[in-house]
Every structure is written in C-alpha cells, then in structure tokens.
Design a protein around this ligand. Structure first.
Ligand SMILES: Nc1ncnc2c1ncn2[C@@H]1O[C@H](COP(=O)(O)OP(=O)(O)OP(=O)(O)O)[C@@H](O)[C@H]1O
Ligand SMILES: [Mg+2]
Length: 271
C-alpha cells in the first residue's frame, strides 16, 4: 500500500518539462514577470541564461503556454541545425509560407520584406538550447531580429555573462538578459514540498524537514535537475525497502542515510 505512495513520489521527480508541473517560487516568479515585461518592450532579443538545470526550459515553456492565447508565439525546443530547414520552419510558422526546396537566408529575407505591413504583429520565437546553434546561425538570427519582424527569446546554458555579451551577435543595443540561478535552501524546500503536494503525496511532502532539505541543498547546491535526480533515486530506494524490508525505513522523516545513499548512487557525491 505504502509502496504505491513512494512510487508516485518517485515519479514526481522525473526530469521532464511539463508546464502543468510549474511551481511558483518567489525568485522564479519575479524573473518570469520581468521576462513577460521584456517581451512586451520593443526589444529585439531577450536572453535567458544560467547553468544547466536551473529551470530555463521550464520558464520558456511556461512563457509559451501563457502567451499562446494572446499572441503568435512559437517554441523551438531543439535547435534545427540545418540552415534551410530552420529558415523553412520560420517561413512556415511566421508567414504561413510553405517552401518545398531549399530556402536560404536571402530568400527568407525576401519573404520577410514582402510581409512588412502597417498592422503587422511581431511574433515571438522562443529558441531553447541556443548554445547549440553555430555562430553563423546566431548571426543570422540576430540579423532577422534586426528587421524587427520577429522577436527572439533565447536560452543559453552558459554562465559567464561577459563571455556571452562579447559574442558579436549579442552586441546589438536593444536586448535584455535574465539569469536563472540555483535555488536557495528556502526555495528548495518549497520546491520539494509543492512538487509532492501537487501530486497528492502529502505524507511524502511532510518527510522533508528543514534539516533534511538543508542536507539535500548541500548535495545539489539547489540545482533543480540534481535535486530531481537525487529524490527520484531516494524514493526508488524507499520503495524498494517498503516492499522488501519495511521495518528498515521511517515513513515520517526522510532518512539522511538514504539521502546520502541516493547521492552516491546518482554520482552527486563520491563514495
Ligand atoms: N519552476 C519550476 N517548477 C517546477 N519544476 C521546475 C521548475 N524549474 C525547474 N524545474 C524542474 O527542474 C528540471 C530542470 O529544469 P530545466 O530543464 O528547465 O533546466 P535548464 O536550465 O533548461 O537546463 P539545461 O541548461 O540543461 O537545458 C525540469 O525538468 C523540471 O522538472
Ligand atoms: Mg533546458
């Protein structure tokens, strides 16, 4: 019986991007608000950056979800690395132009020009994982945004802001950058508990006292992805004990020992 609770709790920490699972955390909400404000401003490009696992893709999906009822917005979760395929997708999404053969940048710009009109509403394109685009592609993306016919929000998992800005394509004057960071201890506690409560795993949520969350924070530094990994493994181990040796686990409080075991198993700390 309990076993199913741990299994359900485990699945809460599967690493996937589903906006229905979005959790409001103070700092994230503030950043999200400024992201939404930026999108409304006449900026050409907006940059969302931060270390892996800090929630960039999640925030981008949330933005896509929330804006799609009021404006034209497209999300490219995986970069389209072939130039022609990328331009064809843009032509199709932005201008309803279906192109069968190859489409190069000059041809795309011609399409862009032909679409310029007074009551044109600038669509938004959200490009996730932009570190995978080549500099040549980024340069074309910048040129496109210069036409002001499309606005881009770009995510990068680079952390060094100086380094990003140094790149030529980001030296355009009108852009804004937002950095996502790992969570604080307090935020991590809210993250873990809200995530479990959303899935009706109330008993599991109660297992994470301040003290246990601090231990988790020490291991994951508040990184969301690492926390997911750790807790997925944690509940997997609990579930195993529940089946095989239920007297060995305490269902009231998360065992520090099992948290540490999970950290070793996931490679977050060395044995
Ligand atoms: N606000 C949030 N609400 C709920 N879950 C979140 C939130 N932010 C992050 N997560 C969880 O953390 C995981 C990692 O976040 P995400 O994939 O967005 O990171 P990322 O910054 O895009 O990483 P990468 O640079 O590797 O692409 C997600 O799968 C999601 O489960
Ligand atoms: Mg991502």
């Amino acid at each position: 019986m309990k076993n199913s609770i741990y299994d359900a709790s485990k699945n809460v920490f599967l690493d996937n991007i589903d906006v229905r699972e979005y959790i409001q955390l103070d700092r994230v909400s503030t950043l999200y608000k400024s992201l939404k404000d930026s999108v409304r401003k006449p900026l050409k490009m907006i940059l969302l950056y931060g270390k892996p696992g800090t929630g960039k893709s999640m925030l981008l999906s949330k933005l896509h979800h929330d804006l799609s009822s009021t404006q034209k917005v497209f999300i490219y979760s995986t970069p389209i690395l072939d130039d022609s395929e990328f331009f064809k997708s843009l032509a199709r999404d932005l201008f309803d132009v279906k192109y069968l053969g190859e489409l190069n940048f000059t041809q795309l710009m011609l399409i862009v020009k032909s679409k310029l009109s007074k009551n044109y509403k600038v669509p938004l394109v959200l490009l996730d994982e932009a570190q995978l685009y080549s500099s040549e592609q980024m340069e074309k993306i910048r040129l496109l945004s210069d036409t002001r016919i499309v606005k881009f929000v770009i995510t990068l998992h680079k952390t060094d802001k100086e380094d990003i800005i140094a790149k030529e394509h980001f030296q355009t004057r009108i852009w804004e950058s937002i950095e996502l960071k790992n969570s604080s201890k307090n935020e991590l506690r809210i993250y873990i508990q809200k995530k479990l409560m959303k899935a009706n795993c109330f008993d599991s949520a109660n297992m994470f006292s301040k003290n246990r969350v601090n231990l988790i924070h020490k291991i994951t530094k508040g990184n969301y992805r690492d926390t997911n990994k750790l807790l997925y493994t944690f509940f997997n181990i609990y579930s195993w004990y529940c089946y095989n040796d239920p007297s060995a686990i305490d269902s009231n409080i998360a065992s520090s020992k099992i948290i540490e075991m999970s950290a070793i198993q996931t490679g977050l700390i060395n044995a």
